[in-house]
Design a protein around this ligand. Structure first.
Ligand code: C5P
Length: 299
């Protein structure tokens, strides 16, 4: 029997408003996700037992055991639908590892979709989204793609209207950042302060719906950015290099350390990318567009 191959996008966060730590340790968010055209491909084939392999840059940092979200997805679906989780999961990685672009979450969503197809499990979209939410806060968005508002810990999604294409430049860093560590740093930096309830920005939603890059650039925000910069101060140089080259805005994606730059058009993106490469303040530089579709099976 053949395998099932699923392509799944990375994300950037256009708004990441973070509330106070909850009793369960998570934070309530107003999280505006945007899927960008950088993809992992996850192929699932029948095997004697559950096993994971990975190819691409930084694969040495990808866990090849049952802590990998792709393995956890296969195990969760198998348990729910009474299947043997006997599959080989192969991940062709292009999304930066530990980069704040939901690469691990993407692999979880992709493996879930691939196993559902391979096993003919028949899980509905709603059931898949529920399983995604159990796997991690960003996993449901990897399944749906496009643009969406995530509330709760980011897992409760509302699809957002997006009126056209946006051009982005993404600069990866020489090392990763751990999401829990960045949230802990956020808690440390905001200790003793009154933290307001996170609320989505109407201006940002309008800019997205109108596909207006200037208005969007003025509206983006990331409450985790000071925490990411506190743990990784050199990122400020990357952000500055992109701004100086004409990016409409420069921000850290999610918990970082990937830096994301919005430009008006492809020409602007190429100029910013070239300047970032020359600046030697980052490891790799990519240009891409958004929105990208969510996880989908490939022919
Ligand atoms: O949901 P996920 O497993 O991706 O979260 C990883 C970690 O990030 C959590 O254990 C928590 O420390 C932090 N987090 C948080 N609030 C959120 C999402 C994640 O504190 N809304």
């Amino acid at each position: 029997m053949g395998g099932v191959r699923v392509r799944v996008p990375a994300k950037v966060n256009l708004q990441l408003s973070v509330g106070a730590a909850r009793p369960d340790g998570f934070h309530d968010l107003a999280n505006v996700f945007l899927a960008v055209g950088l993809y992992d491909e996850v192929t699932v084939t029948p095997a004697d037992e559950l096993r994971i392999t990975c190819e691409g840059p930084d694969t040495d940092q990808v866990p090849l055991n049952h802590t990998n979200l792709a393995a956890r997805a296969a195990l969760a679906l198998a348990e729910r639908y009474g299947r043997e989780p006997a599959v080989h999961i192969h991940i062709a990685k292009d999304i930066p590892v530990a980069g704040g672009m939901a690469g691990g979450s993407a692999d979880g969503a992709a493996a879930l979709l691939a196993c559902n197809t391979l096993w003919n499990a028949g899980a509905s979209r709603v059931e898949l989204l529920g399983l995604c939410a159990e796997l991690g806060s960003d996993v449901p968005f990897s399944l749906v793609g496009g643009a969406a508002l995530g509330t709760g810990r980011g897992e409760r999604l509302t699809a957002l209207e997006i009126g056209g294409t946006f051009h982005w430049v993404l600069a990866t860093a020489v090392r990763g950042l751990s999401t829990p560590a960045v949230f802990r740093e956020f808690d440390r930096l905001t200790a003793g302060r009154d933290i307001p309830e996170p609320v989505v920005s109407r201006t940002l939603l309008d800019a997205l719906a109108k596909a207006d890059p200037d208005a969007l650039a003025a509206a983006v925000s990331n409450d985790l950015q000071p925490a990411a910069l506190s743990l990784f101060p050199e990122l400020a140089h990357t952000l500055e290099a992109g701004r100086a080259a004409g990016a409409l805005t420069a921000l850290i994606s999610g918990s970082g350390p990937t830096a994301a730059f919005l430009t008006r058009d492809l020409k602007g993106a190429l100029t910013v990318a070239e300047a970032l490469r020359a600046s030697k303040t980052c490891r790799t530089v990519r240009t891409t567009t958004a929105p990208a579709p969510g996880a989908q099976a490939m022919a």
